[in-house]
Design a protein around this ligand. Structure first.
Ligand code: SAH
Length: 258
């Protein structure tokens, strides 16, 4: 029996097998042995992952979906994690090994899924997922765009981001109210930033939390020296700064002599 869709878990089951296959094909399956699918539901995407030359693990919060998966994918059972992805300690499954992340994500927590991935970037070389279209576009957008923001800068500091394709509501049951978009992230060869990384996160967040202000104003709490504040970069607004400029600015703040 099919799983009854629960709204509070963001359940929109994909009906279109070709799209499931296309999502599975966005990963390269090179350079890691494990893939983790978040929110497999009834396994429409899992089925295609199981054909790849990697070990597929799934994490699913919904007991009914887990029961369905156990009944229909007999070999998967030892690799079904019945937990909340946001709370689960992934080292319990992967220890220090690398794994790719994939999923048709529950949209209510899709940004948090990405933030957790960024925290675990040392273990996650690739990431593919279905988001609300506008969130996927935001993550991939460049400076100067109206939708460029925290998620774009933090993601693109560590990963090359590619918007793959758009998916209409009609291919889901029940259909969501918005279009969806699939994106692919590939970690950069050199993803260690040449600045204090935790300071970089704080600066990007502070800058975009007051996105209409100049950086001189939004970064007041960082106690910038008068000399540093005179630098033209602080007269700009956050959406004007490329990822590289944010990194450079973090170094400037780090080395600022008050
Ligand atoms: N991949 C399936 C289902 C997508 S719907 C398909 O494409 O048809 C999103 C799935 O994420 C649901 O199965 C839902 O139960 C699951 N989910 C929601 N919140 C979760 C969480 N915090 N951790 C793990 N899975 C979650």
């Amino acid at each position: 029996m099919a799983v009854r869709a629960k709204k509070h878990l963001g359940q929109h089951f994909l009906k279109d097998e070709t799209i499931a296959m296309k999502i599975a094909d966005t990963l390269s399956y090179q350079g890691y042995k494990h893939v983790l699918e978040i929110g497999p539901g009834m396994g429409v995407l899992t089925k295609y992952l199981l054909k790849k030359k990697v070990t597929t693990h799934v994490i699913e919060i919904d007991r009914e979906s887990v029961a369905y998966l156990k009944a229909h994918y007999l070999n998967l059972e030892p690799r079904i994690i019945e937990e909340d992805f946001l709370k689960y300690d992934l080292s319990q499954t992967f220890e220090k090994e690398s794994f790719a992340v994939i999923g048709n994500f529950p949209y209510n927590i899709s940004s948090q899924i990405l933030f957790k991935t960024l925290e675990l970037r040392h273990q996650i070389p690739e990431f593919s997922g279905m988001f609300q279209k506008e969130v996927a576009q935001r993550i991939c957008s460049k400076e100067g765009s109206k939708v460029y923001g925290i998620l774009s800068v933090l993601t693109q500091a560590f990963y090359d981001a590619e918007y793959c394709f758009t998916v209409p509501p009609t291919v889901f049951d029940p259909p969501p109210k918005v279009d969806s978009g699939v994106l692919f992230l590939k970690r950069k060869a050199d993803y260690k930033l040449p600045c204090d990384e935790s300071l970089f996160f704080k600066i990007v967040k502070a800058a975009f939390n007051q996105r209409r202000k100049t950086l001189r104003n939004s970064l007041k709490n960082f106690n910038l020296s008068q000399k540093l504040k005179a630098n033209v970069i602080f007269g700009k607004r956050p959406e004007q700064l490329s990822v590289e400029a944010f990194i450079e600015m973090t170094s400037l703040i780090e080395n600022d002599q008050n």
